[in-house]
Design a protein around this ligand. Structure first.
Ligand SMILES: CSCCC(=O)C(=O)COP(=O)(O)O
Ligand SMILES: [Mg+2]
Length: 227
């Protein structure tokens, strides 16, 4: 089955892990408390605070306690959907103020442009919220890359290490999973995508292997027609 669509992870794949850990997470740690205090009464934020209470089991937590829980989740890099939603809102302020610019590897920018011109449909699947995904590509160091993408998926489609999430995404894209090439730096994500029937290619940007999957150090080495 020929590849028709490419689904890519962000952190460690299109973008540096260091950008997420050394720029985005510290920005969220610094600005999230004031953001939550200022917007806790607004429906969109209040719903996420309620989801934090439910996920933590602390159903009576006040706003200050919820902030503490969120800061703990940032420290442990927990891929909790309400944390990711709130981070996206906080980062939006940083991107709009010009304090943040999304990092996307130049080889990823070039390949994504080449693949789009070659007729492939491009999609993103990240634990970062869809809002955060739109921002990293829409406000990137390489300019607005959002016209390249046909859709975005986050943990509302399910966890990245579960095959059912990839089956759901293939369904939403409207293609058989075998026509989709998934790119990631995490072997458990590649395993889950393959279990759902997708083709896979691992990004090992520092070299090394992603057991059981073809692996490359750069998008320049990926030829979708070869899968
Ligand atoms: C969308 S940029 C923010 C990245 C982020 O919050 C994250 O958890 C990265 O997860 P990924 O699935 O892209 O490895
Ligand atoms: Mg990753």
């Amino acid at each position: 089955m020929p590849i028709r669509a490419i689904l890519t992870d962000i952190e460690g794949t299109t973008s540096a892990v260091s950008f997420v850990f050394d720029v985005l997470f510290p920005y969220a740690r610094e600005h999230l408390p004031a953001f939550v205090r200022a917007h806790a009464g607004e429906a969109e934020v209040a719903a996420q605070l309620e989801a934090v209470r439910a996920e933590s089991g602390e159903t009576e937590a006040d706003v200050e306690r919820v902030i503490e829980i969120l800061l703990g989740w940032i420290a442990e890099d927990r891929k909790a959907t309400p944390l990711k939603a709130l981070q996206g809102m906080v980062w939006e302020q940083g991107y709009r103020a010009g304090q943040l610019k999304g990092h996307v590897y130049p080889d990823a920018v070039a390949a994504l442009r080449r693949w789009k011109s070659g007729g492939y449909d491009l999609y993103v699947y990240s634990s970062g919220s869809i809002q955060a995904q739109r921002l990293i590509f829409g406000c990137s160091e390489a300019g607005d890359l959002s016209p390249l993408f046909s859709g975005y998926f986050d943990t509302t489609s399910g966890p990245k290490r579960e095959a059912a999430s990839y089956a759901r995404i293939a369904e939403a894209i409207g293609r058989p999973a075998g026509e989709i090439l998934f790119l990631s730096d995490v072997v458990q994500e590649l395993d889950a995508a393959r279990a759902a029937g997708m083709c896979t290619c691992g990004l090992a940007r520092e070299g090394g292997e992603l057991a059981g999957h073809p692996a490359v150090a750069s998008f320049a080495a990926i030829e979708p027609a070869a899968f």
